[in-house]
Design a protein around this ligand. Structure first.
Ligand SMILES: Cc1cc2nc3c(=O)[nH]c(=O)nc-3n(C[C@H](O)[C@H](O)[C@H](O)COP(=O)(O)O)c2cc1C
Length: 258
């Protein structure tokens, strides 16, 4: 195992942060590494907002499903899928005039463009995660930033073709995190296929979830009287208030984008 693999294999989400600050040098190094992330067509269809203001952190801790650790994170970075910059540049370059002269349509950003921009933003975010981890700085994604679209749009002055796809909380872990308690993963056979997709059924699921059906997982498994992990997962995640809010919020953003 080399050092890079060691960092990848040992990483786990960090939600409690020590008071030891992240230095400006460390931030510079991490952001420089982030900008080296692969990006579709080298277009860099993303922007990053450093959330410095404590007031803003406090607000995000509330609007992102009341996760108080966001307010305590020493460094908070917001990843935006950004097609606005591209189209503002097209405006600056008078691309619409060119299209008119050539009799070709001037195409506005579509859902496919948003997906591409989300890919760019998330790949950049994960590059941040690994660069930070290599310096002993932990992180945790906050997917709930996709909720409350209108609130976040107004709060952060987001124009039409910008969508907040991920928030990252970063900081040194309060204590050295051991391998114990590290979340498990499905076995590779259920995730990695050869040449075509494999749709799973009954027995596959039994084996796939087997390692998760441990006594330690039982409280989660039997959440709200659920009989099994699937039922618990649906109640805890898919049909939960935060998930329904995410569905609503993303729909508003998509309607606005289109
Ligand atoms: C897209 C995405 C969204 C996530 N959102 C949250 C979140 O809102 N709050 C949180 O505490 N963890 C969040 N996480 C962290 C996951 O819960 C965590 O990665 C997962 O449980 C696996 O644990 P590990 O990262 O320690 O291996 C998110 C992770 C991803 C990739």
């Amino acid at each position: 195992m080399n050092q890079t693999l060691d960092v990848i294999m040992k990483r786990r989400s960090t939600r409690a942060y020590s008071h030891s600050p992240i230095t400006d040098d460390e931030k510079d190094t991490i952001l420089e590494a982030t900008l080296r992330a692969p990006t579709a067509g080298n277009m860099m269809l993303y922007s990053i907002v450093e959330v410095d203001s404590q007031n803003l952190k406090n607000t995000l801790a509330e609007t992102c499903d009341h996760q108080s650790f966001i307010a305590k994170a020493p460094w908070v970075l917001l990843y935006l899928a950004d097609f606005q910059r591209q189209y503002d540049y097209f405006d600056y370059c008078e691309v619409s005039r060119l299209c008119q002269e050539r009799g070709i349509p001037y195409r506005m950003p579509e859902t496919a463009d948003l997906m591409l921009a989300c890919c760019d933003a998330l790949i950049a975010a994960q590059t941040t995660v690994l660069a930070a981890e290599s310096l002993g700085i932990g992180s945790c994604y906050i997917g709930d930033i996709m909720e409350n679209y209108e609130v976040h749009r107004d709060l952060l002055h987001l124009p039409r073709y910008v969508f907040p796809i991920a928030l990252l909380c970063l900081g040194r872990p309060v204590r050295e995190l051991s391998d114990k308690g590290r979340s498990s993963r499905f076995d590779r056979e259920f995730i990695v296929y050869k040449d075509s997709y494999t749709r799973l059924s009954g027995g596959d699921f039994k084996r796939m979830y087997g390692p998760l059906e441990t006594p330690a997982d039982a409280p989660r498994q039997y959440y709200q009287g659920a009989d099994n992990i699937g039922q618990a997962m649906y109640l805890r995640k898919t049909s939960s208030d935060f998930s329904l809010e995410m569905v609503r919020s993303v729909k508003v953003m998509l309607d606005n984008w289109k």
